[in-house]
Ligand binder design. Structure first.
Ligand SMILES: [Zn+2]
Length: 306
């Protein structure tokens, strides 16, 4: 655990605090969220360990930045660049005899753990999450009418693909879980995420000589509440809504998300009202200018009779 902690860099958001939170949330989803019943002890152990490792050695810049800046990591990995790096880093630690917490496993079991690390860590690439959404929803739909708990357990446990789809979705649920935390926590964490994005935006300007997108542009900081609402609606809401439908024990996360959505929306409305006031003032001035100019129409500036 100490070595994993040291593997995280002291950056604004993707630091050990985030790594620890994701590991903790995985434990909570398995235990409190009762998702543990679909998995073996070994599976659950690997999932928690992978969650703790999932962002190890993050540099505070995303996959697109690695590609655009032609970083060494981009040369090494064709897709899911950062996620493949976190995975490789984790596997290197596992290869160290004195650090390998899985060293007493049999060969087959160790291979299972390595495979689950692949599934879990690569799944944190949000680009892949969008592709798996429907598959997860189909599993939730299929289990919903099952009255017997054993039937649902068999439906999932006996099918490695279904197990892995749920596992991947759990990783997304853990990775984004700051959005479900009490408002006091969420409002602070959102600022840390934004600050790291703005640092990348600064690099895009200075190193790549490019204009960052609004999300990474510190000059658009006032739009943060509106962007948070969009992030909740288009990315996060699905995960917690479907998990709550799947297991009622996960409902508190969806409630937390909706509570934060209301707070961000309130702040977005304050910003909108401010922008509307500025816009109205501008319009008023323009109208007055036009009136003044209109009053002069037909009057010759040189003819005194007109
Ligand atoms: Zn993460």
């Amino acid at each position: 655990m100490y070595t994993v902690r040291k593997g995280y860099r002291a950056i604004t958001y993707h630091n050990w605090r985030h790594g620890f939170n994701v590991g903790h949330t995985m434990f909570c989803l398995l235990q409190t969220g009762k998702l543990r019943k679909y998995y073996s002890d070994l599976d659950a152990f690997a999932m928690v360990a992978a969650a703790f490792c999932h962002d190890i050695d993050h540099r505070g810049t995303n996959n697109l930045y690695q590609t655009k800046s032609a970083s060494p990591l981009a040369k090494l990995h064709g897709s899911s660049i950062m996620e493949r790096h976190h995975l490789e880093y984790s596997k290197t630690l596992m290869g160290e005899e004195s650090l390998n917490i899985f060293c007493n496993l049999q060969k087959r079991q160790f291979e299972t753990v390595q495979h689950l690390f692949d599934v879990c860590i690569i799944a944190t690439d949000l680009a892949l999450y969008f592709k798996k959404r429907t598959m997860f929803q189909n599993i939730v739909n299929a289990t919903e009418p099952m009255a017997d708990e054993k039937e649902a357990i068999a439906y999932i446990s006996n099918n490695p693909i279904r197990k892995e789809i749920i596992m991947a979705m759990m990783m997304t649920g853990c990775d984004l879980s700051a959005i479900t935390k009490p408002w006091e926590v969420q409002s602070k964490v959102a600022l840390m995420v934004a600050a790291e994005f703005w640092e990348q935006g600064d690099l895009e300007r200075s190193v790549l000589d490019q204009q960052p997108i609004p999300m990474m542009d510190r000059n658009c900081a006032e739009q943060l509440p509106k962007m948070q609402c969009g992030f909740i609606d288009f990315v996060c809401s699905f995960v917690y809504k479907e998990f709550s439908r799947f297991h009622k024990e996960i409902q508190p996360m969806f409630d937390g998300l909706n509570n934060n959505r209301a707070h961000w929306n309130e702040l977005a409305e304050v910003y909108n009202a401010k922008m509307k006031a500025i816009e109205d003032e501008k319009k008023k001035l323009e109208e007055e200018e036009a009136k003044k100019a209109g009053g002069d129409v037909g009057k010759s500036k040189t003819c005194t009779i007109c």
